[in-house]
Design a protein around this ligand. Structure first.
Ligand SMILES: C[S@@+](CC[C@H](N)C(=O)[O-])C[C@H]1O[C@@H](n2cnc3c(N)ncnc32)[C@H](O)[C@@H]1O
Length: 188
């Protein structure tokens, strides 16, 4: 059993969330910091959005569904994150913000949002795709190529829980294995 920090144990959950093991690498690889402006979609339960808002200047998070935005709103209020702006909208059709440092995409068909993500990003800004299936990665990376994104890098984070006991230390028999692939890329 993975012991999350207190914050994650308190957060409400609706649709499938991005878990701390993947949030950690998003933060580290993108270098998101107190000066960063971020666009995130879909909001879902807002687990990624609130994690980014704890570090960034402003996070704009979009979702199509009022019921999911309401869950994220509860999480936002619980953490007192005034710099998290929850917005109803379809990011494949429009992203209002310009010159942002980072766009994170966790939604079905996220490759369809890449053209709008590119318009929203500043030069050298980064996009992250969170993609459960390999076929989605193929489509996402292919679209990144056609939009002339650069430095594309795909990873999967696997955490092995270790049993530490007098009688023998070894990885546990079970654990959280595949969640999603993560694709990182830069507006060239
Ligand atoms: C798996 S959830 C996101 C979970 C979220 N990243 C988290 O950590 O809690 C996917 C969300 O994408 C939203 N979505 C799907 N298509 C979308 C679109 N075109 N624009 C904005 N949101 C979209 C869905 O309504 C759903 O809430």
């Amino acid at each position: 059993m993975f012991i999350y920090s207190k914050m994650y144990r308190k957060l409400k959950r609706g649709p499938q969330v991005i878990l701390p093991k993947d949030i950690g690498i998003i933060i580290a690889y993108t270098g998101v910091n107190k000066n960063s402006v971020v666009v995130d979609a879909g909001t879902g339960s807002g687990w990624l959005a609130v994690s980014l808002a704890r570090l960034a200047s402003t996070v704009y998070s979009y979702d199509l569904r009022d019921d999911f935005l309401a869950i994220a709103q509860k999480n936002k209020e619980m953490l007192g994150l005034d710099n998290l702006v929850l917005k109803k909208g379809d990011v494949t059709k429009n992203i209002d913000e310009k010159d942002v440092d980072l766009v994170t995409l966790d939604m079905p068909g996220s490759e369809k949002a890449l053209a709008k993500a590119k318009r929203a990003l500043r030069q050298e800004g980064m996009v992250v795709g969170y993609l459960p299936n390999a076929e989605q990665v193929q489509k996402f990376v292919s679209k990144l190529g056609s939009l002339k994104f650069t430095d594309t890098h795909t990873v999967e984070v696997i955490v092995r829980d270790i049993l530490v006991r007098k009688e023998g230390m070894r990885p546990t028999n079970t654990g959280l294995w595949h969640t999603a692939y993560l694709v990182f890329s830069r507006k060239g």
